[in-house]
Design a protein around this ligand. Sequence first.
Ligand code: PRP
Ligand code: URA
Length: 228
Amino acid sequence: MDTDFVPFAHTPIPHFKQFTLVNQTPQIKALMTILRNKDTPRRDFVFYSDRLFRILMEEGMGHLPFSEEIVETPTAAKYVGLKFESKLCGVSIIRAGESMESALRQICPHCRIGKILIQRSEDGQAVPKLYYTKVPKDIASRQVLLLDPMLATGGSAICAIEELIKLGVPEERILFLNLLATPEGVEAILSRFPSMSICSIALDEKLDEQKYIIPGLGDFGDRYFGTD
Ligand code: PRP
Ligand code: URA
């Protein structure tokens, strides 16, 4: 180990009100520590990623629109509460984003899920290339949860968001959920699409010269799917 990284010690959290970092509880930090450890076996990497995705989905749901709902309780009292207002659609950025689909299905079993296949180049430039898009026909009228565990340069997410906007999804109906983000990635997305929202489990310091997140956790897709 050649760095003593103290989370956030040198990292200004971007002052974008559309960016939410989940509450950095000891539990979140402990789960992320397991993912960051290069010696964590794949079985554990998958198990703890799935736990974090579940937390992220619950957090993300709290950012969707609600409207008033009045119910009668078993004590014959009235309770003025809330209900979800909008139709949802998950959209995963293949490949790594597919790892988040099952967490979404656990809390929203019938949720429609679209796919956008984007790969960033491995020449150190991280240039995203769009290969394939398949989403529900009525996506323009849905609240979209964009799924990808890693937000590095922001290039892949920007490519996916441009595709969603072309399909008629209003910017303000896009919520990008990810595990690990960088200030650079958050700024790149929100300066271009200021009305959308981003919610992340952790925010790291920077990118290295190969555009990998530092301290990061390596290549998420390779570790989760066992292709490293
Ligand atoms: C990874 C990750 C994101 C992207 C983030 O995907 O899952 O999609 O990199 O980097 P960026 O913010 O710089 O665009 P990758 O293209 O490596 O493919 P994978 O999902 O197959 O691992
Ligand atoms: N994608 C990953 O999986 N890891 C990084 O650090 C950057 C992009």
